[in-house]
Each structure stands twice: as structure tokens, then as C-alpha cells.
Design a protein around this ligand. Structure first.
Ligand code: T1G
Length: 699
């Protein structure tokens, strides 16, 4: 069922019913049109109410239909809205909970709108690389004003129904119900009260003007140009709303909007954003862990280690209202850690991002201790101690003694073997990896590392906890570097080889920043600290003696050029500034090292730089998929977008490879394998890529 039709006395009620958010898919659209037809034909029906079943009025067009012939099939949303406007009897939208996108456009086509308080109202199409394509850019300005409408459309952000209803002169809502519970009754009563009112009011007939139109839209264009460098949709939103104020005939403005909507629908940026919309939600689904797996209660969390990571991790739980007990080995370490947390919160209070009382509430949920015995009643403990297996062993043996049965024991390790960590306990089924990314209270990504013994309910529990602390969690199997760090190692290797072959650090950085990364590998190294990679390479030199690396990064560290924290790295930095200033000494060092290798420098195009950096991620990702370390390709895109700054408008490394076409990607890899300075064995396209190319498929 996708739209139910019932008659209550002299009012017909059409209830959208397409779980989970009453997406306006073809069947639902057809159901609305059928219901309208029945109501017109029934002489006993004096008015029609449209509402939504479950937790939404409507979340908009059914995004799952995009790219299929259903999404534009008749009756399309325009046809449905026209049928509402042409109804001989008044149509009243009774909206609650969620009224977004096409759902709001549907309501705007109605003659009247009654809203429950607490309803989230939005035109979020811009977040999918689109613009409202069913009249939203033409009708919303007519009921809340041009500027308020353009702000909503360009931001895509939701506004509460009661706020909109409180704005003098607004015409979006004819009535605000007393509560969500009374909406149905109040909508029926309202419908009866307007049953005989004629002419039926139409939003399309309302005036739409801006007193300083040209100046305002020029200002708006300048604003969106700055905020949406890689996205075409915001500028087109401005065009469409401007058309609403310029066109004498409503339908001309509608036509302008439609042209831009169809154009945006076929852009790579919109495909990328729609891919990520579903990818982020799909990541929380673990193929062999049923969605109804019972979860353990997590009412109290313990964090071991009050360093940068421990403090950041603790803040996530305090922010979600979950009490935290934090343990350190020394009082001064505890005090330092708590001091850093306070500084972080106070900075937010100062910027007006956090109210003082909220800050106080959060800190009141934190207790600290030097004694493991104080952790015993925590439901989840997360260790964020030094990245050394010996230290982890001590901690987990102690936790095994102290923690209550059923407590989840999590490690924040970023590369160590979680199965080995679990083996230090008598309860490996309760052990899981929770790899936060620094700064842990800011970065959205959380790699949930699944050990061989990790229990299903532990996985289900930590995925739910991740959602509660507003993290985007992706499950990874156990391997060196899990998903993200394993991929970035190949990216870093390619960056080094490019220097050996003829590039300067800034040439590599500029090329990949033009592709869309906020920072190239060398600026990123200077930010994170070049000595971190140095330590990992030293460890790997023992574990994987055969792995080929460029020596330039080691030479840089041997000169103490660890990056911004010491004022010099690949680049020079002026105290207090982040500008990366190329350094002749470093470029000389790179050139001399190249000479020592007997390599004649060659001109390397930006295209090759980008391909080698990005395709190295793609090839490693294909191996990660083959080995079952990641469950699905979209999970890897989520990791790289939310944890490693892959440009959002490209949709992630694997989405981007699909856009390029795996045949071309594989061809480029084979070319790179011919390069004597590179690592030929690495550049053999992964068997998965070869198979997909043979089948003419993508990831
Ligand atoms: N179509 C299809 N499925 C949708 C959907 C939609 N519009 N919105 C959500 N879902 C699915 C989602 O994939 C997930 O599925 C489940 O609902 C719960 O989502 C012409 C063309 C509505 C605020 O952009 O902002 O209208 O993973 O986890 O946190 O102008 O979903 O369970 O299988 O996000 O409670 C415009 C997008 C479409 C709204 C609910 N509308 N959705 O948040 O749940 S374009 C949007 C949201 C359009 C017209 C154009 C949120 C939500 P699964 P969730 P939530």
C-alpha cells in the first residue's frame, strides 16, 4: 500500500504510506491521484486532507527511484501537484514530523496547510546536488518571502514548523495544531471550516517580488560562489528563485526550475552526493548481523588514557549525555587531559557554539580516577593508550580482571592486530576495535574493527552507540591499517615516488588540491607530523622489509623537519600561520636524492599525479574488498570521505573510479606498472578490478 483513502463523514483523507519516510515513489504518486479522483466523484465529500502515516508526512521524492524510469514516470510530482491545484474541492495538507523536498512541494500545491509543532520543514535537495524540482523554488518564496526561501533552499537546512508559523505575514501554514496528537482532528475540523470557501486559494497566484531584486540576487550569487566551489546546484537555486520573481507567468518560472533540475540530476556531483547519502546509511548495516540483534545497554563508559585521543573520545560521550569515567596512571596526566577538554569546550562557548550550562552539564558527567576498580561498572571501556602491543597487553589483562561480565572492551588502536589484543583476555567475544580519528571529538568517521571472535551483539551495540555519538561508523576486518590507513600508505608511497621522479612537493600538493582534496600529501604530512609516518616506516621496514619507499621523507625527518609543530617540514611556516611556504633547501634535498638514485627528472603532468595518487587508493581498496576487510565498496568511500578528506563532489575513490570507468583505470594502472621507478607489483590491477572490467561493471 502506498496511499490509503478513507472518508471521515464529509472529508476524504488520503494517507501516504510508503515506509520509512513516505518517499513519493511512483506507487505513492499514483495513490494520491487515485484518491483525488475518488474524492471528486463522491458528492458526499466536501474537502480532502492529505497526511502521512508513521514518522513522516513525507521525506520527499523517493531517492531510491532516481536514475530509474520510475522517478520521472507519470504521474510525476508535477502532475500530482497539478491534480491537487485543479481539485474542485479544497485540499488540506496535514503535516507532521518530517516535511521535506517533494513532500513540502506537495503541501505547497495544496490549498491549505495545517502543521503540527515540531515538524522539520526543509527543501534539502541541494544536499543531493539538486534543486527543488516540483515547484519549491517558485512556491516557497510566495509564502515565506524571497530571502527566507532562498536561505532554506540554498542551505537545505530544516526549520521547525512552529518557528515558521510564528513569522508575521507567513502564508505557509494556515494553522498550527496544538500538538502532533491533535493534528488529525484539527485538520479535519479545519477542512470542514473551509469546505465552502471559494475561490480556492492557490500559492501560485500569490505575488513574488523582491524590492531590490537585481542587487539581492547578485549578492546571493556572490555568496554561493564562495561556499560551493565544486557544486553547481546552489547557483542554480539562485537562478530558479530569481526566475520566480522575474517571470510574469508562474508556469514560465516553473519551466526555468525544471530545466535546471533535469540538468543537475545528470551531473557527476549529484550522483556523488546521492551515492554518499545511501552509502553513509548502508555502512551501519552489517551483512551477517541482523538489524534486530539485541543490543547491550551502554549507560556508562570508561576511557583509559587522558591524552589527545582519550580526551577527545570522552567528549563524544559527554556530548551525548553518557557519563564517563576516565583513568590515567598519573594525577598530573589526568589533570592535563581534563584541562584540554575544558579548553576545547570553553573555545566552543566563546564562539557561541555551546551554551555555558550545556558545558557544565557535560563536565559534570565526567569522573576521573587512577584506580581500575572504579571502572568495573562501566558497560563499555575504550583504551586510548600508547600504540604499543606490550602496553595494550597490560591494559587488557587488567580490564579482563576488573570489568563486569558483558562489558564491551574496545581498543582505539589504529594499526595493531585486534585479534592479538583480544587474546590477552578470557572474553575475546567482547573485544572490538573503535578506531577514532584525531581530533576524536570532531572527525565523524569511526572504524569499528571486528575481531575473529567479536560477538554479533557487540557489533550491533557499538554501531548503535556510534549513531548516538553522531559518528559515521564503518566495519573493518583485522589487517595492518584496517581500511583507511592501509589505503593511505599506498597514497603516501606514490607521493614519494613522484618526488623521486621529478616533482616538487608543492607541484604534487597543488595537483591533488585542484582535484578537490583540501590538502595534498605533503601539506597533510606537515600538519599531522612527518615523524608519525617516519615511525611507521621504521616499524614496517622490520615487518615488511621488501616494501619499496622513497627515502625523501626519511631524509626530511633526519633534518628534524617534522612539520608545522616545529615550524618546518616539507614547507616552512611562519609562527601562528598555516601558509605552506616552499623551501629551497628541501627541494634541493629532493633533487640531490634523485641524482643519487641516478634518476633523470621528468616533467610529470597533473593528470598523472592525480591518477597515481587516486588510483593507488582504488587498487588497494579492491584488495581490501577481495579480502573481506570491508563489506562493500560504498563503505570504503565513506571511510575516505569522512576520515581522509576525499572530495565529497567526487563521491569517494571507488565512486570516482566508476565515474572514470574501470577499463580506463585499469589501463592507467598497467601503464604505471611499466615505470621502473615505481612498484610494478603494486600496479597490477587487483583481480577484482580485472573481473569487473571483463564484466563491464563498476564497483
Ligand atoms: N527517499 C527514499 N528513501 C529515503 C528518503 C527519500 N527521500 N529519505 C530517507 N530515506 C531512507 C533512508 O535511505 C533510510 O533507509 C531511511 O529512510 C531512514 O533514513 C522533486 C526530487 C527524512 C530527515 O533529501 O534527510 O524531493 O537505510 O536514516 O535520521 O524536489 O532521511 O533504513 O534503508 O536518514 O530519521 C529530498 C532525505 C529528496 C530528504 C529522516 N528529500 N532524507 O532522517 O532517518 S529529492 C531529502 C533525510 C526531492 C523534489 C526532489 C532523512 C530524514 P534505510 P535516515 P532519519
Amino acid at each position: 500500500m502506498s496511499a490509503e483513502y478513507q472518508v471521515h463523514g464529509d472529508v476524504a483523507v488520503i494517507t501516504l504510506n510508503n515506509p520509512p519516510v513516505n518517499g513519493l515513489g511512483l506507487a505513492t504518486r499514483q495513490g494520491i491521484v487515485d484518491g483525488l479522483g475518488k474524492a471528486q466523484a463522491d458528492a458526499g465529500v466536501k474537502a480532502i486532507v492529505i497526511t502521512g502515516a508513521g514518522g513522516a508526512f513525507s521525506g520527499g521524492a523517493d531517492i531510491k527511484e532516481f536514475g530509474t524510469d520510475k522517478s520521472l514516470a507519470e504521474p510525476n510530482l508535477h502532475t500530482v501537484i497539478a491534480a491537487i491545484e485543479q481539485s474542485a474541492k479544497p485540499v488540506i495538507a496535514a503535516i507532521h514530523s518530517v516535511c521535506m523536498g517533494g513532500g513540502l512541494e506537495l503541501a505547497l500545491g495544496c490549498h491549505y496547510r495545517v502543521a503540527a509543532p515540531g515538524c522539520s520543514v526543509a527543501l534539502p535537495e541541494v544536499k543531493l546536488g539538486l534543486l527543488p524540482g516540483a515547484g519549491g523554488t517558485q512556491r516557497l518564496p510566495r509564502v515565506i518571502g524571497v530571502e527566507a526561501a532562498l536561505n532554506m533552499i540554498v542551505s537545505g537546512e530544516a526549520v521547525k514548523s512552529e518557528f515558521i508559523a510564528s513569522v508575521p505575514g507567513q502564508k505557509l501554514f494556515d494553522k498550527l495544531a496544538a500538538s502532533p496528537e491533535s493534528l488529525a482532528e484539527e485538520a479535519l475540523a479545519f477542512a470542514r471550516s473551509v469546505a465552502d470557501t471559494r475561490p480556492l486559494p492557490l500559492v501560485r497566484n500569490l505575488p513574488c517580488k523582491h524590492p531590490q531584486g537585481d542587487a539581492y540576487f547578485q549578492f546571493a550569487r556572490n555568496m554561493v560562489k564562495g561556499m560551493a566551489k565544486n557544486f553547481p546546484a546552489p547557483a542554480k537555486c539562485v537562478d530558479a528563485v530569481e526566475a520566480a520573481t522575474k517571470n510574469k507567468k508562474f508556469d514560465d518560472g516553473l519551466a526555468r526550475e525544471r530545466e535546471r533540475f533535469i540538468n543537475l540530476m545528470w551531473t557527476a556531483e549529484s550522483r556523488a552526493l546521492r551515492h554518499l547519502f545511501f552509502a553513509e546509511r548502508a555502512a551501519s548495516k552489517i551483512p551477517d548481523v541482523p538489524a534486530d540483534t539485541r543490543k547491550r545497554d551502554v549507560k556508562k563508559v570508561a576511557v583509559i588514557g587522558a591524552g589527545t585521543m582519550g580526551g577527545g573520545i570522552a567528549m563524544n560521550f559527554l556530548n551525548a549525555g553518557i557519563p564517563v569515567v576516565m583513568l590515567e596512571t598519573k594525577q598530573e596526566a589526568l589533570e592535563r587531559g581534563v584541562g584540554t577538554m575544558r579548553k576545547n569546550y570553553e573555545a566552543q562557548v566563546k564562539k557561541g557554539k555551546l551554551k555555558q550550562d550545556k558545558y557544565d552539564q557535560r563536565m559534570a558527567l565526567l569522573t576521573t580516577t587512577l584506580d581500575y576498580a572504579d571502572l568495573k561498572d562501566a558497560d563499555l571501556v575504550i583504551e586510548a593508550v600508547f600504540e604499543d602491543m606490550g602496553v595494550k597487553e597490560q591494559v587488557f589483562k587488567k580490564l579482563d580482571e576488573v570489568m563486569k561480565p558483558g562489558a564491551i572492551l574496545a581498543s582505539n588502536t589504529s594499526t595493531l592486530d585486534l585479534n592479538q589484543i583480544a587474546s590477552f583476555t578470557k572474553r575475546p567475544q567482547d573485544v572490538v576495535g573503535l578506531h577514532f580519528f584525531s581530533p576524536a571529538n570532531v572527525m565523524k568517521l569511526l572504524e569499528v574493527v571486528r575481531g575473529d571472535a567479536t560477538a554479533h551483539d557487540v557489533l550491533a551495540t557499538v554501531m548503535a552507540v556510534a549513531k548516538k555519538i553522531k559518528k559515521t561508523a564503518v566495519v573493518s576486518g583485522v589487517c595492518d591499517g584496517f581500511i583507511g590507513n592501509r589505503m593511505i600508505e599506498q597514497y603516501g608511497r606514490q607521493a614519494g615516488f613522484l618526488l623521486d621522479e621529478g616533482c616538487t612537493p608543492s607541484q604534487v600538493d597543488k595537483a591533488i588540491e585542484k582535484f578537490g582534496f583540501a590538502m595534498g600529501p605533503f601539506r597533510m604530512g606537515d600538519l599531522a607530523g612527518n615523524d608519525i609516518g617516519w615511525a611507521i616506516r621504521k616499524r614496517r621496514a622490520v615487518e615488511k622489509p621488501g616494501m619499496k619507499y622513497s627515502k625523501t621523507a626519511d631524509l626530511l625527518c633526519e633534518r628534524g623537519r617534522f612539520g608545522q609543530k616545529v615550524g618546518k617540514g616539507w614547507y616552512d611556516y611562519v609562527a601562528g600561520k598555516r601558509d605552506a611556504i616552499p623551501n629551497a633547501e628541501v627541494e634541493q634535498m629532493v633533487a640531490e636524492h634523485r641524482q643519487s638514485l641516478g634518476i633523470t627528472p621528468r616533467k610529470i603532468s597533473d593528470e598523472e599525479i592525480v591518477q597515481r595518487l587516486v588510483y593507488s587508493l582504488v587498487n588497494e581498496a579492491a584488495h581490501i574488498l577481495e579480502e573481506g576487510i570491508a563489506n562493500k565498496a560504498s563503505d570504503i568511500d565513506v571511510v575516505y570521505i569522512f576520515g581522509y578528506g576525499f572530495p565529497v563532489h567526487r563521491g569517494g575513490p571507488l565512486n570516482y573510479a566508476n565515474e572514470v570507468g574501470l577499463f580506463s583505470v585499469a589501463q592507467a594502472m598497467k601503464r604505471f606498472a611499466q615505470n621502473p621507478q615505481d612498484d610494478a607489483s603494486f600496479w597490477q590491477p587487483a583481480p577484482l578490478i580485472e573481473r569487473l572490467v571483463a564484466e563491464g561493471k563498476g564497483f
